[in-house]
Design a binder for this molecule. Structure first.
Ligand code: UDP
Ligand code: MN
Length: 358
């Protein structure tokens, strides 16, 4: 019992002895009683709010890795780096996930017992619904297998969402209806706003993490909980070998996405980004606001939302980076020797055919 509660009980006891006093004392007693009731109500509300906040923050904090002692894995050797051909950690000490840098069994054991739900947004507007079947079928084979995944398909054509893709246990699909946009760029521009609203309105109640994915993609290999983190972004497959002055950042000062030639860490591709709900909500909210400011002065950043994503991630460093294994492009072939495994990649599409209002 807290000291405040003790005081309250004490007051009630005193009130109990008031029965044979004067009218004014009885009046005072009644006032005290009412005051105590208000205090008790206030405390109950505070306690409810506190316990709700505590439970929310507990589910969001990454737990310590605790492994079964029987899981004897290969020893990590300090003087024997697992990858010497690529950077595996950023200057701000965020890991860059490459094949060979993690043990899938250790990662799975660390995450599987946490009952995590991953919200996964994917837009399929207009002719892009044709990509959904391959996207979903391959995701069921490779994406966060063993975890609960809730797909949110944003579409203007709900009837075109395949309804016979078998989802694994604990995996769900919801359709979010969106209007048809006039130009394909508009979809990219509105994605941030629609994701932000969806997180605020319903996703935040039912998930621990969120990933936002392009639909014209296919999974080929594991994309598992090694990709989870507070703020996660993937390095673009076409630009990782270039100096930052050659990244296709927005270079016009008139845009809020402007990045000068001498700044930049990596060029991130918007086809996959994610993290904890709170962090992704902040990202989408900021990008949405910047997109709106640009629009109000008649500016559209060179790569729409991707330019704004890159601006945001320059200021707010991702806590985990995914190597280009996690956002490959089929048009790039499979010859790059640093890419040991292609996990998720853009399919080759006929832009003139799928994009309306080119
Ligand atoms: N998109 C859509 N309908 C369209 C254009 C785009 O649903 O008409 C969505 C879809 O999720 C797509 C994403 O916006 O994956 C980004 O567009 P796109 O893939 O054409 O851009 P790219 O990856 O080629 O830069
Ligand atoms: Mn795409």
């Amino acid at each position: 019992m807290t000291s405040l509660q003790m005081v309250m009980v004490g007051r009630f006891l005193v009130f109990g002895n008031c029965c044979c006093t004067t009218a004014s004392e009885r009046m005072r007693g009644r006032e005290h009683f009412q005051l105590s009731l208000v205090l008790a109500g206030g405390m109950a509300i505070c306690w409810l709010v506190f316990s709700y906040c505590a439970s929310v923050s507990l589910t969001q904090v990454n737990r310590q890795v605790v492994l079964n002692h029987r899981l004897q894995r290969k020893q990590a050797k300090l003087m024997e780096p697992v990858r010497t051909d690529v950077l595996t950690v950023t200057p701000w000490l965020a890991p860059i996930v490459w094949e060979g840098t993690f043990d899938p069994q250790v990662i799975d054991e660390a995450f599987m017992s946490q009952n995590l739900t991953i919200a996964t947004t994917v837009f399929a507007v207009g002719r892009y619904t044709r990509f959904l079947r391959d996207f979903l079928e391959s995701a069921e084979k490779h994406f966060m297998v063993g975890l609960e995944v809730h797909y949110y398909v944003f579409t203007d054509l709900p009837d075109d969402v395949p309804n016979n893709v078998t989802l694994g246990v604990g995996r769900l699909l919801s359709i979010v209806r969106v209007p048809k946009f006039d130009r394909w760029q508009e979809i990219s521009l509105r994605r941030m706003e629609l994701i932000q609203t969806a997180i605020k309105d319903h996703i935040h109640r039912g998930a621990n993490y969120i990933f936002c994915l392009d639909v014209d993609m296919r999974f080929h290999g594991r994309v598992g909980p090694e990709a989870l983190g507070r703020l996660v972004a993937a390095i673009h497959p076409w630009f990782y070998m270039y100096p930052r002055s050659q990244f296709p950042y927005e270079r016009r000062t008139v845009s809020t996405a402007y990045i000068p030639l001498d700044q930049g860490d990596f060029y991130y591709q918007a086809n996959i980004f994610g993290g904890a709900l709170e962090d992704v909500h902040r990202l989408t909210k900021t990008c949405r606001e910047h997109l709106e400011v640009d629009k109000s002065v008649g500016v559209e950043a060179v790569w729409q939302e991707e330019s704004h994503l890159n601006w945001y991630l320059l200021r707010n460093k991702p806590t985990k980076l995914l190597s280009p294994e996690y956002v490959w492009d089929d048009a790039k072939g499979r010859d790059d020797k640093e890419i040991k495994l292609v996990r998720f990649s853009s399919v080759i599409k006929n832009k003139a055919e799928v994009r309306e209002n080119l």
